[in-house]
Structure formats: C-alpha cells, structure tokens
Design a protein around this ligand. Structure first.
Ligand code: ADP
Length: 597
C-alpha cells in the first residue's frame, strides 16, 4: 500500500485511469461548446502571428454576430507595441456578451502573481492554468487557483456560469452553479477530472467563421490558437492525443456541462479497502487450504483488479496499484506462510513419530534382560526342588530384577516426557558420592560375570541437584558400556572429582576404544561402531543418546576421550549445587564446601 505512493505506482494508476476513461467515454453527448481556432490556415491567410490582433478583432466581430451563449478567450489580447490594434480588439469585445478573459499565473521576483488583461478590455476573468500530470498528460484542472489573496475560477467554469446566467457559489466541499454541484473540495485544490470526449470538440477556423454563425449560436465559444507553429500550450490528453490548450478548456467545459463528475477515493477508503483485502487473504488461508484456498486467493486478486473499474463506473477514481499489490502480496504471503506452517507441523509430527519408535526399541531391548532373569529363575523354582538357601537367592533375584524392571519403565517414561517437554526435571539435592557408589555396586555383578573389576579411584563430596533416578541410569549405562566394550578380566576405573564448581565423574576402560570419526557419532541414536559390532557386544545404540539427554537436561555436558584398542574415558560434567543444599543422607553441603577448600 505504501508502494502505491511511489512514482512507478502512480504511473500504473494513471495508465489504468486512462484506460478506464476510454472505456467509459460518453456515447451520445452533443457538445455544448465550440472551438474557434486560429489555425495554420488562418495564419497563412492573414499574414501570420504579427497580425494576431487583427485576426482577434475580426473573429470577435464574427462571433458577436453569431450570438453564442458565452465567449471564453484563451488568447493574449494585449500588445503594447500596437496600441491601434488594442482599440479594435476592445471594440470587438464590447460587441460580445458573457465574455471571459484569460489570466495566467506569472512569477515576478519571489512571488507568483496574476497577469491580467488591461482593464480597458471588458470581461470576467478566468485562469487558464492547466495542470499536467507528472507524465505530461492532462487529466485534471484546478477549478480555482489562489495567488496571494486572489482566487480565480477556471476559464471553463466561469464560461459555464455566464452561459447559464448563474453565479458560482463555493463551499469547502464543492462548487455550485445553479442546480449543478461539482465535487471539488478546497483541500484538494478544487481539482476536477476532465472527462475528455475522444471525438474532440467541434472546431471552426477563423477564416470560415462568416459561414458558420449557425454552428456557434447558443453554444459557448472557446477562442484560441491551435496552429502547431504558434500555440504554446499544447498538451496530451489521456487517450494519448495531442490537444491545444483551448480545446482542453472546452473539454473541461463539456465535463461540467455533462454533470457526471469523477472523484478521487478518499485515503481512508483506500486504506480500509486494502486492509479488508489483506484480512480476506489471511482468512482464506487460515480457514481453507489446498486448491480451495488457492482458488479463493485467485478470486480475491481478480476482485482487486476488477474493483477500480467498478468504482470508476460509480464516478470514483480508485487507485489501481495499491489494492492489486495488497491482494497479491497478502495472498502470496498467506500462502507461503501456510505452506511453511504445514511443513513445520509435518516435520514435527514425523520426528515425533520416529522418536517414539526409537523409544519403543530401546524399551524392548532394555527390558529383555531383567525379564529373562525373572523368567529363568521362576522356571527353575517351579521345576526343581531347591534347597532353602538357593530358593531365597532366586526369590531375591526375582524381586530385585522386577524392581529394576519397574525402575526402567519409570526411566523410560521420564525420558519420554523429558524429551516431550512435558516433564519438569525433579530437582532434589543428592550427594555425588552416593550416586557413584550406588551405580558401582549395581554394575559390579555384571563386571564379575566377565571376571572384570570396577575400581572406585576417587570420590567427591559435592552435591548435585537434579533427578537422581535419571542420573543413576546415565552413570550405570557408562559403567556397563565400559565393561561390555572391554575384554574379559579387565579393569574399569571410576573417578569423581571437583573442579571449577563442577563435578566430573569419569569412567575409564582399557577396551576396544573408538577412533576420532566414530567418536563424533556415538551420541546419535542407533549408532554403533563397527568395532563394537565385531566384538559381538553391541546393543541398540540408544543408551548413550539417552545419557547425553539426561546430562544436558541437568545443564551438564559429556566429554569422551578414546583411542582404538587403548580404551575410552567417558566423563559427565555437572554443576555442583549451592552450599546450602542438603544431601539426602543429612550431611550439609556446607561441610562439603569446606572440604572443597
Ligand atoms: P549400545 O551400547 O546399546 O550399542 P550405546 O548408545 O550405549 O548403545 O553406545 C553406542 C555405541 O558407542 C556402542 O555401540 C559402541 O560402539 C560405542 N561405545 C559406547 N561405549 C563404549 C566404550 N566404553 N568403548 C568403546 N565403544 C563404546
């Protein structure tokens, strides 16, 4: 809409206006004016421009004979070098009635003034200032022009008033002559669109005047120079035809006489219509989609094209560019937005789906081990008579494995909800040392199965705030991986330390290790190294991705160092919490802080 005020947009508006004007040209209108022309023929027959006063006097005499309704002169009638001719012109003027004489704005020094005919020439004054558009085409004329304090009506308007014997009455919004009201607000400079008649105005040459009295009778005569060589004021009309100034005045006169005026749409109306178009475009794509929305969008754009033509028929000149541009932009904007919105929705739901599938895989995989243990133990218990001690052992095993299963389901659900953003992380303080001890204890049987050993090299007295259950899961995972991806009878070292406000828990093994390229991918879901697959130990490749998620949900990060065949070191780094925090076993964190020194 803003672009509608730029000059390329104005050009488009003008072109549309010209086209519409041609489409809506009057079909059957009898002109009420006639142009009496000082044309090339007149000039060559009467000795050219030096004799213009004589020509004027001759023409005015003839016009007086013909008894027109009014005479409007668009010709200079004073020549200081030929006072004798002035007298002839003065006398000829006196023979006519309802005469309008031209006045022009001229620049004198810093001010613009009216250049009026000498007082000896009798007649009303009408200004002959024709405004041209920026493209040199005349579409409007100012019905009134004010220089200094002096307002002057336009020549054609004055002539119309005289021809109809009516005064010109003005109000802020319009100009009235008799019953005729011309909408020409003072704010707009009382500008009036000229509805040019494509057929032009009947014209009589001065030398043919003698035989043409009939043509002039009762009409309003516009007298001026039309000869190409002499007319200074030729302009272009909206149909692209070149017209002399005098004809342009006659055309304006016909516009007034026809009484069908064009008005510019108000800025507010344009604003409102453009706003409505934009809202419609938005609504179309908000409420409909696919071909329906596109069809409606196309209809909206077509409507924006059609609307200025509809308005024009009602006599309102609506800018063409703004509504069309708004319709295009708003429709395309809405369509593009909808497209990307839909795409985003789709992407989101797809990633949701795959994430869910991965989670299911993980759950199935992780649950198999405890289920196998429970199943096996219970089968042994029912099939065989077992000593009390062994029974007790198996019962305890079933109990602990089912608890593990329950915990795992809880972890699974928690991780799901964490990833979904549905769950707030539990925020409870717990001692890092407890976390490490619990996990080492839980992983020890797995290590022993491989005749390996887990060493707790160093522990720390810091407090972590977060979800202990999830953190245990993460560390346990690192421990089992370390055992899994190391040969039997190897050592796994766990080290917890406090550094720069962070607690670092490392798990180091001397196993198969990874190369730099593999290292980059291990936190991706489902990634397993070739090396691990060859060792026959690889699992689902989900564990580490969950570890990474858990740690980052706690505001921490993972560090991994590894070398093929030399082993790996996984470190989780989590911020230690405030001194005031109290660890579950009752030790105050303050004491911890002291120790940290
Ligand atoms: P999983 O162990 O079930 O395959 P993880 O996500 O825990 O899944 O591990 C992903 C991969 O990272 C493993 O398949 C393995 O290739 C590699 N990996 C993890 N931990 C170690 C380790 N301590 N040493 C060598 N490779 C490891």
């Amino acid at each position: 809409m803003v672009a509608g005020w730029t000059s390329p947009a104005r050009r488009v508006n003008n072109q549309a206006y010209d086209w519409m004007l041609a489409q809506n040209a009057a079909q059957s209108w009898t002109p009420q004016s006639i142009v009496v022309a000082v044309d090339e023929r007149t000039l060559s027959a009467r000795g050219g421009m030096p004799n213009i006063r004589a020509i004027e006097a001759e023409a005015l005499d003839e016009i007086a004979e013909a008894k027109p309704a009014a005479v409007a002169l668009d010709i200079v009638i004073h020549d200081a070098t030929r006072p004798a001719d002035d007298a002839r012109v003065e006398a000829a003027l006196l023979r006519n009635r309802n005469v309008v004489l031209p006045c022009l704005p001229v620049i004198e020094g810093a001010t613009k003034q009216w250049e009026d005919p000498l007082p000896r020439f009798r007649g009303e004054l009408g200004h002959v200032d024709l405004s041209e558009g920026t493209d040199g085409v005349n579409r409007e004329i100012p019905l009134q022009e004010v220089l200094g304090r002096e307002p002057r009506w336009a020549l054609p308007l004055r002539a119309f008033g005289l021809a109809h014997g009516q005064p010109i009455i003005e109000s802020p919004g319009d100009v009235q002559i008799g019953d005729l009201i011309i909408p020409a607000p003072r704010l707009n400079g009382r500008s009036m669109y000229v509805r040019y008649l494509p057929s032009g105005i009947p014209t009589v040459s001065v030398i043919d005047l003698r035989d043409s009295h009939e043509k002039l009778r009762g009409k309003t005569v516009f007298f001026g120079v039309t000869a190409l060589s002499a007319a200074r004021d030729r302009l272009v009309n909206p149909f692209g035809q070149e017209v002399p100034g005098v004809e342009a005045h006659a055309q304006a006169f016909e516009t007034i006489a026809r009484g069908k005026f064009l008005e510019s749409a108000r800025d507010n109306t344009v604003l409102m219509v453009c706003g409505l178009i934009a809202i419609f475009a938005g609504l179309i794509f908000a409420l409909r989609s696919g071909w329906q929305a596109y069809t409606l969008g196309a209809v909206l754009i077509a409507g924006a094209f059609w609307m200025p033509f509809r308005f024009f028929r009602e006599g309102i000149v609506f800018p063409f560019f703004a509504p069309v541009a708004v319709a295009w932009l708003a429709t395309m904007g809405a369509a593009v937005y909808q497209h990307f919105f839909v795409r985003r929705q789709l992407r989101r739901s797809e990633s949701e789906k795959s994430r869910y599938q991965q989670a299911i895989h993980w759950a199935a995989h992780e649950m198999r081990t405890p289920l196998t243990a429970i199943q096996g133990s219970s089968e042994i218990m029912t099939r065989y008579e077992l000593p009390e001690a062994k029974r007790g052992e198996l019962t305890a095993m079933i109990n602990s494995e089912s608890k593990r299963l329950a915990r795992m389901i809880q972890t699974f659900l928690d991780v799901e909800r964490l990833a979904d953003g549905q769950m707030e992380l539990k925020r409870e303080p717990f001692a890092a040392a407890d976390l490490v001890a619990t996990c080492v204890k839980r992983a020890t049987p797995i290590a022993e199965n491989k005749k390996s050993h887990i060493f707790l090299d160093n522990t720390v007295d810091g407090v972590i705030t977060g979800d202990r259950e999830l953190m245990e899961y993460a560390l346990y995972n690192l421990l089992t991986n370390a055992v899994k991806y190391s040969p039997p009878e190897s050592e796994v070292h766990v080290m917890a330390e406090f550094r720069a406000g962070e607690i670092r828990i490392s798990v180091r093994d001397r196993g198969i290790g990874m190369d730099a390229k593999e290292l980059k991918s291990i936190f991706k879901k489902f990634y397993r190294t070739k090396r691990a697959e060859a060792s026959g130990e690889a699992g689902t490749g989900i564990g580490l991705s969950i570890v990474d998620q858990i740690v980052s949900h706690h505001g921490g990060r993972m560090e991994v160092a590894s070398e093929p065949q030399r082993g790996s070191c996984f470190t989780m780094i989590i911020a230690a919490s405030d001194n005031a925090a109290i660890s579950p076993d009752g030790k105050t964190a303050e004491k911890t802080a002291d120790r940290r020194g």
